[in-house]
Design a protein around this ligand. Structure first.
Ligand code: GLN
Length: 226
């Protein structure tokens, strides 16, 4: 009798646990598909996804840190770096992004994304993930020219690139491990340290694919043509 009741309790407990487990199944649409994770907390993540799609590279929108774990690459889009940090502080994003970058998979940060990747951020001072040894000054083009379309010199990518700057930062210092891949009027605008790349402009807003191709070609899963 005792045994039976205990058995029943156990069975009931077991069922409760099972129910708990089944209450929050990860929606299939949110599961990493091994494509490029585009951080979709804020900013112009849609433009990056369109660019990757035009290039035949799979991507998905990541809204929780654990969703980037299995991705083949990561994009931190432009937007507002202070807002991105508010999200970063509400979930273990810092650890997730650092672990991702540490794994050697490609990471691209554009504009606000470049700012959050930096080691040092000023105007005003702000925390940086420190994944790229650069110091950046936010909103550094002054009011009149704070947003403009221009070209940048990118010999490493075959010459001039069209570039959209929107309240862009300027890279004021780059450490010895950082490679400058493009400049505008002699100043760095595209920088790489190993697998981590930062653009102060928005390569996702032009027809040119070279920046995304340089970062993701080879590692990102291609869409099946069938
Ligand atoms: N001005 C923004 C910042 O400081 C960046 C702008 C952008 O991403 N286009 O975070």
């Amino acid at each position: 009798m005792e045994k039976t009741r205990a058995g029943r309790r156990q069975a009931a407990g077991g069922r409760r646990d099972e129910n708990k487990e089944h209450r929050l199944p990860p929606p299939a649409s949110r599961l990493p598909n091994q494509g490029v994770a585009v951080l979709a907390l804020q900013g112009d993540f849609g433009a990056h996804r369109r660019k990757l799609s035009e290039m035949g590279i799979e991507s998905f929108e990541a809204r929780r840190p654990e969703e980037i774990e299995k991705a083949s690459g990561l994009i931190i889009p432009g937007g507002e770096s202070t807002t991105l940090w508010k999200f970063f502080e509400s979930a273990p994003w810092e650890e997730a992004i650092a672990r991702f970058a540490g794994s050697g998979r490609p990471v691209l940060g554009t504009c606000a994304g470049a700012i959050v990747l930096a080691r040092q951020v000023f105007n005003p001072a702000q925390k940086g993930l420190g994944l790229l040894d650069i110091a950046v000054e936010r909103n550094a083009y002054g009011r009149q020219a704070d947003s403009f379309v221009g070209v940048v010199d990118a010999p490493a990518l075959g010459g001039e690139l069209p570039a959209v700057f929107i309240r862009a930062p300027r890279i004021r210092r780059a450490g010895p491990a950082v490679e400058i891949l493009a400049t505008r009027e002699g100043e760095p605008v595209l920088a790489r340290q190993d697998n981590v790349v930062a653009a102060t402009f928005h390569p996702e807003l032009t027809d040119d694919e070279r920046v995304h191709r340089m970062v993701f070609a080879g590692s990102a899963r291609k869409r099946r043509s069938a």
